[in-house]
Structures are given as structure tokens and as C-alpha cells.
Ligand binder design. Sequence first.
Ligand SMILES: [Zn+2]
Length: 383
Amino acid sequence: MSQRDKLSKKNKSVSGRKSSAGRKAPQEIRQKADRIQNESGPKRRRPNAGQTGERSSAGQKDRYVKKVKSFSSESGLSASDWNMPVSVSVETEDQLRTVLGEKSVSRIYIDEACFGIPGVDAGGNAGKGKAGEQEAEALAKIINEIHEAGKEAGLRLRRIERDTDPGPGSLSLLRGLIKLGSAPDMLLIRTFDEAMMVSDLETSETGNKGLNHIRKIFDYTCYGYNTEAVSMLRELGAEELTYPIELNYKECLNLRRAVKTLPDRELSEMPYEMLVYGHLPMMVTANCIRKTSAGCDHKNRFMVLRDRMQKDMPVRCYCKYCYNQIFNAEPLVLYDLPEDVRSLEPECLRYDFSVETGAEVRKILAGAIPKDITRGHFRHGVE
Ligand SMILES: [Zn+2]
């Protein structure tokens, strides 16, 4: 039995333990999350306590309880085994320190919502005045460090941007970075709001040439399921795309083949990044969990929601900007399916790190496979 078969069998046995209602629940949540993402603007809403079986963890010292991942005895390809560019996205200082020292990693995306967190003034206002300026300086310092490590530095833009966000908006933050001579090499764009914001900067008469050299990579949250959508993403400025996580292997293969036949070379040669590891976000909520409980101190933290199947789903509170993401309990793992991954001919592979410790990041990049994983939609329809 191949390693892959064993793993998929293992996954089946895990899902076999669930009731049929339990099997449906993540799908329902995903559909709901899709609906939210597809709506034009962020909506204020609370995580649905009835659906996720919300446990009040806000008062529990904000600890992410399931701290350590257990790893299976199987392993997949290490990041260096692929012999192709590998990018990672990081959300914590510990993850950043770890990947800076990883030779196999050629590109690091830092999340705008997770680094350069401004101080709070005496009145409790975050990122005002001097504190706001320091934010660009703090991010510039990290970008310089990534460059010194010989890697490309990408900035992953925030998932939700409101006019009421504390501190400077993404646009003025970018302008600040360009002014400091520390522009990122690329932006990882996750919403159409951000895509339009970036194109606004280009067409405006700011005389800012800096942004023309920043590559625009669209994440899987900007849907491009077919050639028409891909061509629309290109019009929005996409220079690189990410394989949609909702498509299975065959659908990804068909999409890439169809894109390659397009007459426009900018489209037919569109490079793709492919996610091979990461806890997938199930839902993004624009409310602040803290504001409704203890009051918000604008610090980022991890919390946990336990669903009715007793699964702990990590919740990341990005209180730099006061929004939250609920992640799937199990991470997506595809780095042990080298044949399938290679046949999709991605130009770059990506590992998204969110809840992992630095030690776990190192293990995963070395090919270790966590015990509980998901294949997402990738293996759907494959037997
Ligand atoms: Zn908050």
C-alpha cells in the first residue's frame, strides 16, 4: 500500500467516527464562509454559537489550548526535496525567526495584521500619531532582514480593511515603506478591495514609481475557477495566482490546461503558487471578540472554539485591526503527494503558517506530517 493510500485510508477512518451531522457541519461552515467572502464588504457578525458550539474561551487567559501538534511516523517531501521555489507565510515572530534560517525557503510573506503592531496611547487609541509612523518602520526592519537573509520579502495584506481601523491603512503603510526604501518585492492580495486599492495607487498621480516594481500575487481567496475569472483577475493586476483550494486535483489540472491555451501570453504564462500546507480559514469575522467581552487592547492572540464534535478550531484574533479568522482544526497537507503536485506544474509551492510553533515549522518544512490532517477538496472524486 502506498503512503498516499495509507493516509487517505487514515483520513477515512477519522471521518468514519463522525456522525453524518458531524460530517456535514464543516461543509456548512465553509459554505457560510464562502457566502460571507463573496459579499461585497465586511459584515459585522458574531461567530454563530449555535453552529460551532462556541465555548467561552475569552476569559480563559486567551491561550490556544491545543498547543503542540503530534506527528505521524510517515513523512512527505521536505521543502528542499522539491527543487523549486518555496514560499512561506508567517504570522508570528517565532515562525519568522525559524524560516529566516531555512535555506529551502526563497520567499517569505509577512502578514500585515501580525507584525509592526503599534503602541496604544494614554487614551487607549492604537496606532495614532507617532505610534502609526513606527508601524512602517517596524515592517521595514523585517523586510530588510528578509532581504539580508537572501530571500524575497512579500507583504500579505490584511483580510478586512475598514476606514475605522486603528493606524494607517494598507495604502499609506505601503507608501511609508516605499518612502523608507523598504518596499516589499511582492504583495499577496487576498480580497478584491485590496486589489482595487493597489491599482488605485498606480493610476493616481502620486509619482510613486515604487509600486510598479511590486509584484502582485493573488491568493486563493480571490476566486479564479475558470479562464474568464482568471482573465478578470489579470485585469485587476494579478501577475501570479494561487490554485483555488476549492478545486480538486482534476479540476486544477483542467483549469491550468485551459489557461495555457489562452491567446494572451500574459494569461497563458500566468505563474501559479500552490498551497501544500496550512490550516485553512473557515470563516472571517469582522467583529472583535475581545471588544464584546473584556475590552480590546489591540494585541493579537489565539483563542479556540470547540465544535459539537469536540474538535478544537483555532481562532486567530488580529486585534491590530480587530478582525478574527476561524481555522480548520486540521491542516491541509499535500507535500506527500509529489506526483500530483508536480503534474500541476506550480511555479512556487507555499506553506501557510498560522498556529505553529517555530519547532513545528521546522519539522513541517523537513517533511514531517502532523497526525491529524485534511486533504481539503484536493482528493475529492478520487478513489
Ligand atoms: Zn480587538
